[in-house]
Design a protein around this ligand. Structure first.
Ligand SMILES: Cc1cc2nc3c(=O)[nH]c(=O)nc-3n(C[C@H](O)[C@H](O)[C@H](O)COP(=O)(O)OP(=O)(O)OC[C@H]3O[C@@H](n4cnc5c(N)ncnc54)[C@H](O)[C@@H]3O)c2cc1C
Length: 434
């Protein structure tokens, strides 16, 4: 965990804090003793890729950098146990060496396992669930320093609640994750007009293992991306050290994209041409790679993001409204809208709890005010009973969240039982979960 001048900040630079204390435990017993002795608020950042102030603490931050690496793999049952702060860029190569792979991943591999499980992070695929739902077991240190193991059969309420709990039940130290035999994916990316994308959406979503698109509202074009199993030859996977460096590599396209986003607020006449340009540049060539290299893409240009999960059948209508509102109000954003699908699960606070979902994400350059774009879109997501991504911007109150999550109150009761003094709550979480 990196502090600059005693300050911690998240990836998008929108969340900052100055912790009084940073604890850097080397092993679990040391962590347990420190948690027992420490007064709140105690927060545990992963890699800081959440846009909401989940990790901010003016009290104590826990640096889990020592808790990385593969502990054991079980190819017979296709599971593997990792220390909880292992970054995803290291998970892929470690699993590959055991002949295994994650079932799905999101857009990037910079986050930690604890972070993606903690917020219900997801990729795309109608049959594929979030990271939280693919946890097979986990171990954590509770507020009183007690170490607890959870599986579907052991501590079942902690299991149902803990797999997506924003670090409020305790500090995860080990995560056993479901995997599958290592596989290759062929990627196709192509451009469709908005009309074509909507006409073919059902087929595209159901006939590809993974399908997503990025809609540039002012170009009225969708950049589509599919990933499917293949036996075609793929280059050998890169070593973990190469993967570590991969995330924010910046090419000429990224520099142009950043530059245009810098000037767009002062040059709205560039909206249409820039959306046209970027929708032309974005589709890449078809290529075959091992899965852990096929899923992530570099994200060299910083942004803030809002993403909601709506019932899958309502996804296209909701998206149409979002695009119409952005265009109708001439909202200034250089970024496309991202559309994905995720399968229902049984994790209490998962945005996909008992609901097959479509996710719709809007982004704004990190130096640009998000109020108009996010406010406009959130009003639409609200009408579609959208559930916000916990790591991405939203303004929902505790009462609203309670109406969206059938198990919200049960979660709160469990949280209070486990952490009666609110040690793991910062002011943001206190307002929502106390
Ligand atoms: C460029 C970018 C791309 C993204 N792409 C996607 C995507 O494709 N799909 C998607 O769903 N989301 C995506 N996200 C959101 C991101 O995956 C989530 O916000 C995720 O939680 C970030 O992981 P992290 O390791 O950075 O965790 P942080 O943001 O640092 O922490 C997230 C939460 O997890 C908790 N936590 C972390 N480690 C532990 C632990 N060991 N024990 C207990 N709690 C812990 C923290 O306390 C916090 O509450 C993206 C974000 C960015 C910036």
């Amino acid at each position: 965990m990196k502090l600059t001048g005693g300050k911690w900040q998240n990836w998008s630079r929108g969340v900052r804090c100055t912790p009084k204390t940073v604890i850097r435990p080397k092993e679990e017993v040391e962590l347990a003793a420190a948690i027992r002795a420490t007064e709140g608020p105690v927060r545990v950042p992963g890699s800081g890729h959440s846009f909401t102030p989940l990790c901010a603490s003016e009290g104590t931050l826990v640096d889990l950098s020592a808790f990385t690496g593969l502990m054991s793999a079980d190819p017979t049952h296709a599971t593997a146990t990792f220390l909880a702060a292992t970054p995803l860029w290291a998970v892929g190569p470690a699993l590959y060496r055991e002949g295994l792979a994650l079932k799905n991943m999101g857009d990037i591999d910079r986050q930690t396992l604890g972070g993606v499980v903690g917020t219900g992070t997801h990729g795309t695929g109608t049959t594929l669930r979030s990271f939280s739902a693919e946890v097979a077991a986990f171990r954590f240190v509770a507020a009183n320093g007690q170490i607890r193991d959870c599986t579907a059969g052991e501590n079942s309420d902690l299991w149902a609640a803990g797999r997506c709990s924003l670090g409020m039940l305790g500090v995860m130290t080990e995560i056993k994750i479901n995997a599958m035999p290592a596989y290759k994916l062929v990627e196709h990316s192509f451009l469709l007009s908005s009309e074509e994308a909507f006409a073919q959406l059902d087929t595209l979503v159901t006939s590809n293992r993974h399908f997503e698109f990025f809609w540039f509202p002012y170009a009225d074009r969708a950049v589509c991306k599919s990933l499917n199993f293949t036996n075609e030859p793929a280059p050998d996977p890169r070593p973990a050290e190469d993967m570590r460096a991969g995330g924010e590599r910046s090419g000429a396209d990224a520099r142009t994209f950043a530059l245009i986003n810098e000037v767009l607020p002062f040059a709205p006449f560039l909206l249409k041409p820039s959306h046209r340009l970027f929708s032309q540049l974005m589709p890449g060539r078809s290529r075959v790679r091992w899965s852990h290299e096929a899923f992530p893409s570099p994200r060299p240009v910083r942004f803030n993001e809002m993403e909601y999960a709506v019932p899958r059948e309502n996804g296209p209508d909701c998206l149409r409204e979002v695009v119409a509102a952005i265009r109708g109000k001439k909202i200034n954003t250089g970024f496309p809208i991202e559309y994905r699908t995720v399968a229902a699960d049984d994790v209490w606070l998962s945005p996909f709890y008992q609901r097959d979902s479509a996710t719709i994400a809007v982004h704004q350059y990190f130096r640009v005010d998000t109020t108009e774009l996010f406010g406009t879109c959130e009003a639409i997501f609200r009408r579609y009973e959208g559930r916000p991504h916990w790591g991405k911007r939203h303004t929902r109150s505790a009462a609203e969240l309670e109406s969206l999550y059938p198990k919200f109150e049960e979660f709160r009761v469990l949280r209070r039982r486990l952490d009666p003094d609110g040690k793991f709550l910062n002011p943001y979480l206190h307002a929502l979960f106390e």
